[in-house]
Design a protein around this ligand. Structure first.
Ligand code: ADE
Length: 268
């Protein structure tokens, strides 16, 4: 996958994309992330890329010419263009999955008070917000999306991803993880994880995932319960799910009474 990120701050992109899993994925030829410097395209003799807004007001607006030429240079007309913006559709995993299916992606990062509207009218990028808060520019939002897209590309993650991508687990939060030492300042690792019994460990993790999701993300929990019937759950998983969802079903008003304690004290 070729990802072009158009920005006035290419170093911001390079700093992140060269490291860790993104860096490794690039070295392995699985993705290519290119920071394209919008300023390199300006025809202004002072190399300006922004001007004060017509009609007055705060801040500066990115000008049409360098942005348009940068988009042309990456052949954006034939590609999906994403414009990170607080006005956009809220990002979620479905959108990320759609992006991950593309051959090429272009991210157009705005700064200052935004980009001249004629860019948006002509190129019609998809506006995407990563959350209801305001960032100083689109770069961090673009990197969030690139990171989430990259980990879906086959080969980018090792085996780490496989368990959680099983449909049984989709929509659930991950179970807690432990590593050495077995005991640290009187806090020990749950015995089951040291048992070597893979079936018991698998079921323990499923139970923990259910408990974590019910406790921390009731919205995801409700969605999971709605679709549970269509999941390929084994007999044991069904029993665990019935047990844990039953608690809610029998006492539907418990969430309104404030913080629940049961998830912590239930069988761990
Ligand atoms: N640019 C500024 N704020 C943003 C946000 N919340 N999401 C995406 N791009 C942005």
């Amino acid at each position: 996958m070729q990802i072009d990120i158009l920005t006035l701050f290419p170093e911001m992109i390079d700093q992140v994309s060269g490291h860790s899993i993104l860096g490794r994925a690039q070295k392995n030829g699985l993705i290519s992330i290119r920071a394209v410097d919008i300023r390199a395209f300006t025809e202004d003799r002072h190399r300006k890329t922004d001007e004060a807004p017509f009609g007055g007001g705060e801040g500066m607006v990115m000008t049409v010419q360098p942005v348009s030429d940068a988009l042309r240079a990456v052949d954006a007309g034939s590609k999906r263009i994403i414009y990170p913006s607080p006005k956009g559709r809220l990002l979620d995993q479905d959108l990320i999955e759609g992006l991950a299916a593309e051959q090429d992606l272009v991210f157009l990062c705005g700064h200052y008070e935004g980009i001249d509207q004629r860019i948006l009218d002509y190129w019609k990028p998809e506006e995407v917000s990563i959350g209801d808060y305001i960032l100083t520019g689109g770069e961090l939002a673009a990197l969030v999306m690139v990171d989430a897209v990259a980990r879906l590309i086959p080969g980018v993650l090792g085996n780490e991803a496989s368990a959680m991508s099983e449909s049984v687990y989709s929509g659930l939060l991950e179970s807690p993880q432990y590593t050495r030492p077995r005991i640290y300042e009187n806090m020990s690792v749950p015995d089951v994880l040291l048992s070597g019994d893979h079936e018991r460990i698998r079921l323990w993790r499923y139970r923990q995932s259910l408990l974590e999701t019910r406790e921390k993300r009731p919205d995801l929990w409700r969605t999971y319960l709605e679709k549970a019937g269509s999941l390929d759950l084994g007999k044991k998983e069904k029993e665990i799910l019935a047990e844990i969802s039953g608690v809610d079903a029998f006492r539907p008003d418990r969430r309104r009474r404030g913080k629940r304690k049961d998830a912590r004290t239930e069988k761990k």
